[in-house]
Design a protein around this ligand. Structure first.
Ligand SMILES: [Zn+2]
Length: 170
């Protein structure tokens, strides 16, 4: 089932999400629906709060647009960022309107701990593109969007565009 994605400036996107205590059949179904929604929108990641579920879970697939998929589910993820700064090239978000994209300074390496859908502990190091995706999706769980990381001048211009866009669609 395709799920509705919340779009900025929806204030619910600022919610700090709650940890998950156990995997339920409802959670498994939600994960399935989130993958369907993410692939349908040609996204590489989707966090639970983006579809109005304020729990600490995200799905991602750095190979979303390729033939061989690499789907990942991360429950209660914890990240340790390290290594050099890199620029994400034209980062975007399914919750940010007008197909707005911008470069964001991210870390090139992430040490990741999370649970999977069988409640196994995952622990691994990610580098480059997957590391950027997981930082972006993890931010959602704390109510942060990539546009919160860009320069204030750029942000003000973007917010002006969003206001004009909202007026046209009222
Ligand atoms: Zn996003």
């Amino acid at each position: 089932m395709l799920l509705d994605i919340l779009v900025y400036p929806d204030p619910r996107l600022k919610t700090v999400c709650e940890p998950i205590k156990e995997v339920t059949p409802e959670l498994r179904q939600l994960v399935k629906d989130m993958f369907e929604t993410m692939y349908d929108a040609s996204g590489v990641g989707l966090a639970a709060p983006q579809i109005g579920q304020f729990i600490r879970m995200l799905v991602m697939d750095p190979q979303s647009n390729k033939e061989v998929k690499a789907p990942r589910v991360l429950i209660n993820p914890e990240l340790e960022l390290y290594g050099e700064d890199i620029k994400s090239k034209a980062e975007g978000c399914l919750s940010v309107p007008l197909q707005y994209r911008a470069d964001v300074i991210r870390k090139n390496h992430v040490h990741l701990k999370a649970r999977d859908l069988d409640w196994n502990m995952i622990e691994e190091d990610l580098e480059g593109y997957p590391a950027i995706i997981v930082q972006h999706e993890f931010d959602h769980l704390n109510g942060i969007l990539f546009i919160d990381h860009i320069m204030s001048v750029k942000r003000a211009l973007f917010d002006g565009k969003v206001r004009r866009w909202q007026k046209r669609h009222q």
